[in-house]
Design a protein around this ligand. Structure first.
Ligand code: 9PG
Length: 540
C-alpha cells in the first residue's frame, strides 16, 4: 500500500511503484486502485472513441445504450454492459470539497472504473513487450489536473502544432450521401465569396466502403473536383473510412482474409450502416498496411490535402489478429502507415476514432458525436438512452467534456448551423453550437449559401472571420471575447428509463437492431435527399 499525499489529504493506493511528479504522481502497475474519501459527488466517464459519451455523471452506472447492433460503432463494445461507472484510459471523481481526483493511463488498452469506493484502473494486457504500464494521478482544481494529465500524455504519445482556427465547409450535413459532381461544383461556385479555407467532400463519392474509387455520380473523376477547389485558392478535403469494409465491396471479395476475425474465423462486427453489416481490416497484416499507405498516396495524388478519416474505431476492435498485439497498438500501427502514406504536409482529421491511440498522429480529432439540425431526439435520448447519436445536445455535451485535449490536437466539435431553413434548432441553440466552434477553434459548416438569408450569411461571414479570445472560467462556462457563454443546458443526461418508458425502450432497441428497420429508415432519408439534390441541379 502506497500513500498518495495531496496537500493535507492522503489517498491509499495499490500499485507496484509510485513517484512524485509535479503536483501529481507517476504510478506503475497493470492494475491499480486508489481509495476515495467519503462524499464523492460525481464521476467523469470518458468514452472510447469520438462519438462515445464523455462527461460528468452520477455515481451509478448508466443504462446500457440501445440498439445493441450499434455498440461496436458507438462505444467500446468490450465494456458495453459493464456494471460500474467506467471509461477508457481516464476517470475522475469530484470530491466533497469540489476538487477532483483523476486517474489517467499514459499507455493504451487501459480502462478506469469507480467501484467500492475506489478509482480502479487496469491494462487489458498485463505486460506489453516488457513496457512499463504507467498511470498519472493528481488531485486539485479540475482544469489544472486535466492539463497536467494532457501534458504527460503529450510526452508519451506526441502532440501536433499549436491551435490555429480551421474554417471548413463540409458536404455532409446538407447532402449526406446524396452528393454528385454537379451539385458539388454548383455549391463550390456559390461558396466562392465565403471565407472558408477548406472545402471538404464527405461520404457519397466512393464506389463502396472498401472500394475507394469515384462512383458513377462522379464521371469526371476526383481530380475535376480538386482542380475547382484549388483554383479557388482553398484546400481540397476528402472523407474516407479506410479501416472498414462492407460485404458488397470488391475488396471484401478479393481479400476476405484481410478482415478482422474472431477465434472461430468469423468476421467481427464493426456495426451496421449504409444498409449493410460493417467489418474491419486487420492492421497487423503487412499487406493491409501497404494497401492503406497506397490508398493515402492515391488520394494525395488526386489533389486532396485535408483528409477526414472516419469510422477508425474499427481498427481497434477486439479480435484475433494476424499478429498477436493489443488492439489499440494494432490500430496505432495502422494509423502510422496511413500517416506515412499521407506525408507530414497533409492535414489529417480523425473521426469515430479511439481517442488516445490517435494522439500524436492526427492534426485534428473529432471529440464528440455528430450534430444534427435538432436539439435532442426523444427516441434516442429517453427511450434508447443513447448519447452517441446525432444531435446538437449530444455533440456539445461530449465536446465540452473533452476540451482538455486541446493542447494535444486540434479539437473538432463538428459543424455549426446558421441556416434556419429545415432546422428545428432555436436561435439560442444555434448560437451555442457556434460558440462551441469558437471555444474549440474549429469552425465548420455545411450550410448551403442559396438557403441563407442575408442576415444569416452575414453572421456566418463574421463567425468565420473572427479570431476569438477564449477563456475557460468554469467546467461549462467560457468567456468568448468577454461574453459569458454557459453550455450547462447541454450537459445534463436524461434519467434512466423506468416503467412504460423502459418497456418502449426495449421495443425501440429491438427494432433498432433489425437490419431491415435500419435499411427502411435509411431509404426514407435517401429519398428526401435525392429530391433536394435534384431540385438544386434542375435550377441550373
Ligand atoms: C459520413 C458521416 C460523416 C460524419 C461522421 C460519421 O450509424 N451511426 O451511428 C453513425 C454515426 C456517425 C456517423 C454516421 C453514422 O457519422 O461523424 O461527420 O462524415 O460519418 O457517413
Amino acid at each position: 500500500m502506497t500513500l498518495l499525499q495531496f496537500g493535507s489529504t492522503q489517498f491509499p493506493c495499490n500499485c507496484d511503484a509510485a513517484q512524485q511528479l509535479g503536483n501529481g504522481y507517476l504510478l506503475e502497475s497493470a492494475n491499480i486502485s486508489i481509495q476515495l474519501p467519503a462524499g464523492s459527488k460525481a464521476y467523469y466517464a470518458h468514452g472510447w472513441q469520438s462519438w462515445s459519451l464523455a462527461g460528468w455523471t452520477g455515481l451509478q452506472a448508466l443504462p446500457v445504450s440501445k440498439p445493441a447492433l450499434l455498440h461496436p460503432l458507438q462505444i467500446d463494445p468490450v465494456y458495453a454492459r459493464h456494471p460500474h461507472p467506467n471509461g477508457s484510459w481516464v476517470g475522475a471523481v469530484e470530491l466533497a470539497d469540489g476538487n477532483i481526483l483523476l486517474l489517467g493511463a499514459l499507455g493504451l488498452d487501459s480502462h478506469v472504473q469507480l467501484r467500492e469506493g475506489q478509482l480502479q484502473g487496469w491494462y487489458e494486457n498485463a505486460s506489453i513487450e516488457g513496457k512499463k504500464q504507467e498511470w498519472f494521478a493528481a488531485q486539485g482544481p479540475e482544469n489544472e489536473v486535466f492539463q497536467a494529465y494532457a501534458h504527460y500524455l503529450g510526452e508519451r504519445l506526441g502532440q501536433r502544432p499549436a491551435q490555429t482556427t480551421q474554417r471548413v465547409w463540409c458536404s455532409w450535413y446538407s447532402f449526406y450521401t446524396a452528393i454528385d459532381e454537379q451539385v458539388l461544383q454548383d455549391t463550390f461556385a456559390r461558396l466562392a465569396n465565403l471565407p472558408f479555407d477548406v472545402l471538404q467532400v464527405d461520404d457519397g463519392w466512393q464506389m463502396a466502403i472498401g472500394d475507394w474509387e469515384p462512383n458513377t455520380k462522379f464521371p469526371s473523376g476526383m481530380e475535376s473536383i480538386t482542380s475547382t477547389i484549388r483554383a479557388s485558392g482553398r484546400k481540397a478535403g476528402l472523407w474516407l473510412a479506410p479501416l472498414l469494409v462492407v460485404p458488397s465491396s470488391k475488396l471484401y471479395h478479393s481479400h476476405p482474409n484481410w478482415v478482422l476475425q474472431n477465434e472461430d474465423g468469423k468476421p467481427i462486427s464493426a456495426g451496421f450502416n449504409w444498409g449493410e453489416p460493417l467489418y474491419a481490416l486487420d492492421t497487423t497484416q503487412p499487406l493491409v498496411l501497404e494497401w492503406l499507405a497506397n490508398l493515402m498516396k492515391k488520394v494525395r495524388a488526386w489533389g486532396f490535402d485535408y483528409i477526414k478519416l472516419d469510422f477508425l474505431y474499427a481498427g481497434a476492435l477486439p479480435g484475433k489478429r494476424h499478429q498477436n498485439k493489443p488492439r489499440e497498438a494494432a490500430y496505432r500501427d495502422g494509423l502510422t502507415a496511413i500517416r506515412a502514406g499521407l506525408g507530414s504536409d497533409a492535414y489529417l482529421l480523425t473521426c469515430g476514432a479511439p481517442i488516445l491511440p490517435s494522439l500524436g498522429l492526427s492534426d485534428a480529432l473529432r471529440i464528440g458525436p455528430d450534430v444534427a439540425a435538432l436539439w435532442e431526439s426523444q427516441r434516442d435520448a429517453v427511450y434508447l438512452y443513447n448519447p452517441a447519436t446525432p444531435s446538437a445536445k449530444n455533440a456539445i455535451r461530449t465536446s465540452i467534456s473533452r476540451m482538455w485535449l486541446a493542447p494535444l490536437v486540434h479539437t473538432d466539435p463538428d459543424v455549426a448551423y446558421f441556416c434556419m431553413r429545415g432546422n428545428s434548432l432555436e436561435s439560442g441553440q444555434m448560437q451555442l453550437l457556434q460558440d462551441l466552434a469558437a471555444v474549440c477553434h474549429f469552425k465548420a459548416s455545411s450550410d448551403l449559401p442559396q438557403f441563407l438569408t442575408k442576415t444569416e450569411k452575414e453572421a456566418l461571414i463574421s463567425f468565420l472571420q473572427s479570431e476569438d479570445d477564449i477563456q475557460r472560467v468554469g467546467r461549462n462556462t467560457f468567456l468568448v471575447d468577454g461574453r459569458e457563454v454557459d453550455f450547462s443546458q447541454a450537459m445534463t443526461l436524461p434519467s434512466p428509463p423506468t416503467g412504460s418508458t423502459a418497456l418502449l425502450g426495449e421495443i425501440a432497441g429491438w427494432l433498432g437492431s433489425q437490419p431491415y428497420v435500419l435499411r427502411l429508415l435509411g431509404r426514407l432519408d435517401q429519398a428526401r435527399l435525392k429530391k433536394l439534390v435534384q431540385e438544386i441541379n434542375n435550377q441550373k
